[in-house]
Design a protein around this ligand. Sequence first.
Ligand code: MTE
Ligand code: MO
Length: 486
Amino acid sequence: MPGLTAPSDYALEPPRHPALQINAKVFLFIYFILFLFFLFIAFFNINFRISSVCCMKYLSNLSFLIEYSCVNFIFGGLVLWMQQPFNAEPPRSALISSYVTPVDFFYKRNHGPIPIVEDVEKYYFSITGLIENPKDLFMKDIMMLPKYNVTATLQCAGNRRTAMSKSKTVKGVGWDVSAVGNAVWGGAKLADVLELVGIPKQTSVTKSGGKHVEFVSIDKCKEENGGPYKASIPLSQATDPEADVLLAYEMNGEVSKFDSLWFYTCLGGIFCLTTQAYLISSTLLSCQKLLNRDHGYPLRGIVPGVIGARSVKWLEAINIIAEECQGFFMQKDYKMFPPSVNWDNINWTTRRPLMDFPVQCVICSLEDMNVIKPGKVKISGYAVSGGGRGIERVDVSIDGGKNWVEASRYQKMGVPYVADDISSDKWAWVLFEVMVDIPQSTQIVAKAVDTAANVQPENVETIWNLRGVLNTSWHRVSVRVGHSNI
Ligand SMILES: Nc1nc2c(c(=O)[nH]1)N[C@H]1C(S)=C(S)[C@@H](COP(=O)(O)O)O[C@H]1N2
Ligand SMILES: [Mo]
């Protein structure tokens, strides 16, 4: 297809950040020199264009970058689960360092080699199927539509799979708790895009019987026998402007109000020795945050409140179809079976494809078997629910679930979080924290309640399923209280 191609060979994937390579430390010194160099350029620009909006963007991008480098320095890089396809997640502690997850610390989940954009000017995707006016749309057609910035959490249905496989083996990439991230996605509403081909807002069936919107990518996946990744959502959701389904071309393009930003900026200025030259050059010099290749450049679907698998990256086509998409990832994967189903008796047609994700919450400030000093400890993490439901409560226990205290919840700096209130980001996670006193070794537990009063299941065994999806059981972390000085 013009402008966009899909390699069948992983050797053609983009070079990735050196922090993801094994000997990342070798690059430390080079980073430092480059950092000083770009810092110099940044100040040079700032002095000469002090009044321009662009300068403000430079400034905020700079603090953004320092945050990146600092987070990278303090927490280390992504944890790499698989090189081919590329699957990686950030360390737990990095995840809660900011409300909006920096792109570098956003989990990356792929099923094939990343497509290459050869010429974004030539890139187009087609909208076809059960409609009267099929059309090819270029990036400029999408850019011409009103732009929306939607803060939405993307979570892989396989998040926390490793913990589920401890109960009994499951199949799939082993994720810890960070196959999740919260980003500001910038793009056009799918409802507006579909109007361009004559489908009005709030349509559940087209005149010719179309009821589902299928997103088709271009990447070559082995599960599809070399065919592209695809998934669908109901037409009613796609044409509902309130559902905020986007065709996104930007990720974190708007400068966000990090709660921890200024603290890290100062700290970063002092401590950061590792800085990412490519990030500096791309953000300082271009002043924008287009999607990067790992996350779907040039255009991806974003379906808020729904498992990540339906937010298809690198769009090649959108088809309006009568039945839901028949692709592998809709029909033979990302479904949840009862614990009694095994690989011998599985019948895929008996279950619906997973869509909205259930209420989830995870402690990110502690790893299993951390040794902590006796006394006050801050427990923090994230909580999120699907379908746009807010988080009503997060409970934390320091005695394995017998007694509970309520944690405080927050999203944006200076705006109190009120679940389902218009001041809150309905599709986004909520961070929580609570100070507790831990006198002895124990199990710390967290569970959340969403605004529909859904609660998380207590034990993973009761929701165990052979594909290891939707592990939303109470999150438990065992800590040892010792007197080490670490
Ligand atoms: N084209 C394409 N889209 C895709 C995938 C993929 O492999 N190919 N993976 C899906 C899955 S399972 C998830 S969880 C999210 C991950 O998005 P991210 O890599 O931007 O975090 O993308 C979804 N969209
Ligand atoms: Mo996923």
